[in-house]
Design a binder for this molecule. Structure first.
Ligand SMILES: C[S@@+](CC[C@H](N)C(=O)[O-])C[C@H]1O[C@@H](n2cnc3c(N)ncnc32)[C@H](O)[C@@H]1O
Length: 246
């Protein structure tokens, strides 16, 4: 059963997180941003990704990574709902990372000992190490570059991660990967288990997004079939693509 420990504490935490002025979370280094998922949306995604806590293997509880973890909302909600799981966030924007870190040390976050946040670009050295023992991956990759999305899938394969929550269908994923000049056939290696809609809010509007829960069927996602096609692309991107996938 999903554990509801103290909804009041989490409501207060999210009220405080939502008070952070939009300017404070606008990126300084890419990674666009134009709204926030609702509290209920995070709950929906976590339940779809992790299922029923009663089914966790007691010797190997889930370790969940958020790639591009922002101010930590997904991680905070995760640790609130799933007391026995571990949550790890990787975020490259220093300001957003600092906000997550400050909340984590402020005693507002339930079950905070089960959460780690790291100031890390997923393309940089050290990411694979941070994904050690990770069993599930989530990314709200809105605004991320195609090469970031391809990199995420590559990392999941390398680390043997089995279940992921993303905001793209297979056709778009494949498109992203092509745009990034990366030959990457996700079609037979990702099995979509579930899709559902979640809600987002911005200053003056509400909107919906579709979430896709995938099982990774084949370790070959790790790189055997991954080729970086650097033909015809400019040299900074060429260098970047090489760095991202080696
Ligand atoms: C739309 S936000 C999602 C925040 C959080 N995961 C959530 O669901 O509320 C995407 C985040 O990814 C971060 N990001 C983009 N590219 C990244 C990269 N290469 N490495 C690490 N973080 C990245 C952005 O700075 C941004 O905070």
């Amino acid at each position: 059963m999903v554990r509801i420990i103290d909804d009041e504490q989490v409501n207060k935490l999210f009220n405080n997180l939502n008070k952070i002025p939009a300017g404070a979370v606008i990126e300084k280094k890419g990674g666009g941003f134009n709204g926030e998922l609702t509290k209920e949306s995070y709950k929906q995604i976590l339940r779809a990704l992790l299922g029923d806590a009663d089914h966790f293997d007691v010797d190997r509880p889930p370790v969940v990574a958020d790639l591009g973890s922002g101010t930590g909302k997904f991680l905070f909600m995760g640790a609130h709902l799933y007391k026995d799981a571990q949550f790890r966030g990787l975020e490259f924007n220093e300001h957003r990372h600092m906000i997550a870190q400050q909340f984590l040390t402020s005693n507002q976050v339930p079950n905070k000992d089960n959460i780690e946040v790291h100031h890390q670009d997923i393309h940089d050295e050290g990411t694979l190490k941070l994904l050690q023992k990770v069993t599930h991956m989530y990314s709200f990759h809105h605004g991320m570059r195609p090469v970031d999305i391809a990199r995420m899938l590559h990392l999941c394969g390398q680390r043997g991660i089995k279940r992921i929550a993303l905001f793209s269908n297979k056709v778009t994923l494949l498109g992203h990967c092509k745009d990034a000049q990366v030959g990457f056939d996700v079609a037979n290696r990702l099995q979509c288990e579930q899709t559902f809609k979640v809600r987002m809010f911005a200053a003056r509007s509400c909107s919906e997004r579709t979430v896709f829960i995938y099982e990774i069927k084949s370790k070959e996602l790790a790189g055997k079939h991954l080729t970086v096609n650097t033909q015809g692309i400019d040299s900074p991107l060429k260098q970047f693509a090489r760095r991202a996938f080696t």
